[in-house]
Ligand binder design. Structure first.
Ligand code: ATP
Ligand code: MG
Length: 559
């Protein structure tokens, strides 16, 4: 699957240079290396598009590597969800591997470094190790265990592996330089003791590799050529290169870093997203307000729109927060082309027609109007919509006393009911509390199909649903999950900026009968209201995907 407009950025520039120089014999291999400790979010979608998309553009391959080096936080359930989400986004890994597949190889390489005098067992505890790393301005302090003999290091390391020592009592560290200007190279930890079972390797290991030790070596084992990650790993690159060099890996992979994708009004941190779920702020990882792939999917965001957004917003080395309206604009454009149009009334008000005729069976007449499913796509055909003298319209489409510039229905005013008839409001029925519960209108029988015989103009066209045919539905409207553009900027805590009114459930909606057939996940346009995704229908439930107005266009105009 190749999107129009190939990726073009500093990574693809580097790949073209490598191809010209024959660095990897024209071979291009990338990988996507998530930690299976949560569900994927829109930021991961960006990484997936860069990793898989770049490989695709150059005829290369991309593996999925589950970076399962932290047995405490990882679960098999997350592995399955990651595989599914990647597939839904439209990519297929050339292979699915786990960092744990390499635990044996990583161990053997660690032994090699010990034998070369480049790694040692340190008996200091974690606190002491961090306290002696020094700072940007001051060098670190060498560990009293730094100059142990190779034999002693080999012995201790094997006993660490065998589970002889308690958690945290020792680590294996690379022996590089405690005064190095890059703190990452001040004898980084390669292994820590964790006497805990792993979701794949069980009780086999009592030591687990750190990210820094596992990552570059896993890339090398897989034959990765271009290892793409996010900017926070930039300072780790010299360490990545150092390990590969000491292990004398031929044609070593190279690491490239790009800026993380952040969006306004939301967060892309698994930890924060997990908190929203745990605190019950949202209904789960697939709540349509969540920026997770699952949430966006349930909300009705097409995979193609997410991919196009991730490709086209650019891949750079400068951190910036993209406007969520820009992503929505990709979604809206895609849906405008693909979504079938339907009529639904979210806050119903009864409209009855005076003098509506009786049909041949003696009951009020039912007329069936043929309407186009999608004006953008004639192949979607037409459908029949029932019309009767008893209809639902939006409460917002009637005002007893119209404010200035209000052109919808009001007493004495004529409007078009989409595709059916022109109607004029004559009077209203109120309940005891004085609320309007019904609008009575006359209709022009000469305007069948919505076009009056004399060609007179009306200012407003409104949607409607025939009351006897309407289906009851719930419609969920969504607002931003966080009120602030950059959640947490004010107080340091993103959750302080939660929007208390991010969801409004309208449980009285009335929708046209054709919507009973909307498949779960299908997105339709409710005329005049926006795009809505069907949930599984017990009972009928629709999530508003996006509204109709292109807010991104107005933001750009404002500059
Ligand atoms: P989180 O902070 O949400 O836990 P992470 O970086 O720890 O994210 P990983 O599972 O380790 O999550 O990420 C897998 C890959 O996805 C990494 O290469 C990481 O750089 C990339 N990634 C994660 N978040 C983003 C983001 N917001 N934008 C772009 N890439 C991202
Ligand atoms: Mg991580």
């Amino acid at each position: 699957m190749n999107e129009p407009g190939a990726l073009n950025n500093f990574i693809t520039d580097a790949i073209r240079r490598d191809n010209e120089a024959g660095t990897y014999g024209g071979r291009i291999q990338t990988r996507f290396p998530p930690e299976p400790n949560g569900f994927l979010h829109i930021g991961h979608a960006k990484a997936i598009v860069v990793d898989f998309g770049t490989a695709e553009d150059f005829g290369g391959t991309c593996m999925l590597r589950l970076d399962d080096t932290n047995p405490e936080t990882e679960e098999e359930a997350f592995v399955n969800s990651i595989v599914e989400d990647i597939e839904w986004l439209g990519y297929e890994p050339s292979e699915v591997r786990h960092a744990s597949d390499y635990f044996e190889a990583l161990h053997d390489w660690a032994v090699q470094l010990i034998e070369k005098g480049l790694a040692y067992v340190d008996d200091q505890d974690g606190e002491t190790i961090s306290a002696t790393r020094g700072s940007f301005n001051t060098p670190g302090i060498e560990s009293p265990f730094r100059n142990r003999s190779v034999a002693e290091n080999l012995d201790l390391f094997e006993r660490m592996r065998a589970g002889e020592f308690p958690d945290g009592s020792r680590v294996l560290r690379a022996k590089i330089d405690m005064a190095h200007e890059n703190m990452q190279l001040r004898d980084p930890v390669m292994y820590r003791i964790r006497n805990i079972a792993h979701h794949r390797t069980g009780e086999t290991w009592s030591i687990y590799p750190t990210y820094d030790w596992a990552h570059g070596q896993s890339d090398a084992i897989e034959g990765v050529t271009h290892s793409i990650c996010t900017l926070e790993f930039e300072s780790h690159r010299p360490l990545y290169d150092w390990f590969l060099e000491q292990l004398e890996i031929p044609s070593p992979p190279r690491q490239y870093e790009f800026a993380r994708l952040e969006l306004t009004h939301t967060v892309t941190s698994k930890r924060r997203l997990a908190k929203l779920v745990a605190d019950g702020v949202v209904d789960g990882w697939d709540d349509p307000r969540m920026p997770t792939i699952r949430g966006l999917r349930r909300r009705g965001y097409p995979a193609e729109a997410i991919r196009a957004f991730c490709r086209e917003v650019g891949t750079t080395r400068t951190n910036s927060r993209k406007a969520i309206e820009e992503l929505e604009s990709y979604v809206r454009r895609k849906l405008n082309a693909t979504a079938q149009r339907r009529m639904a009334v979210t806050r119903p008000l009864k409209l009855t027609l005076l003098d509506w005729p009786t049909g041949p069976d003696g009951d009020p007449l039912v007329e069936w109007f043929e309407v186009v499913n999608n004006p953008e796509n004639p192949a979607d055909g037409t459908r029949l919509v029932p019309f009767t003298g008893e209809l639902w319209i939006e409460q917002d489409d009637f005002r007893e006393v119209p404010p200035p510039k209000y052109f919808r229905l009001s007493p004495g005013r004529e409007v078009r009911l989409r595709g059916s008839y022109l109607v004029t409001a004559r009077d209203v029925v109120k309940d005891e509390a004085g609320n309007i519960v019904e609008v009575r209108c006359s209709f022009d029988p000469e305007s069948r199909g919505g076009t009056p015989a004399d060609g007179r103009k009306v200012k407003s066209t409104m949607h409607w649903v025939s009351a006897p045919h309407a289906l009851d539905a719930t419609v969920a409207l969504y607002d931003r999950l966080f009120t602030a553009e950059a959640p947490g900027e004010r107080t340091g805590e993103a959750l302080d900026d939660l929007n208390p009114a991010s969801r409004e459930l309208l449980t009285d909606a009335k929708v046209e009968p054709a919507l009973a057939d909307a498949a779960p996940g299908e997105v339709v346009q409710f005329e005049r209201l926006g795009y809505f995704a069907a949930d599984d229908h017990t009972p009928l439930l629709f999530h508003r995907t996006v509204g109709l107005r292109d807010e991104w266009a107005s933001i750009q105009k404002r500059g």
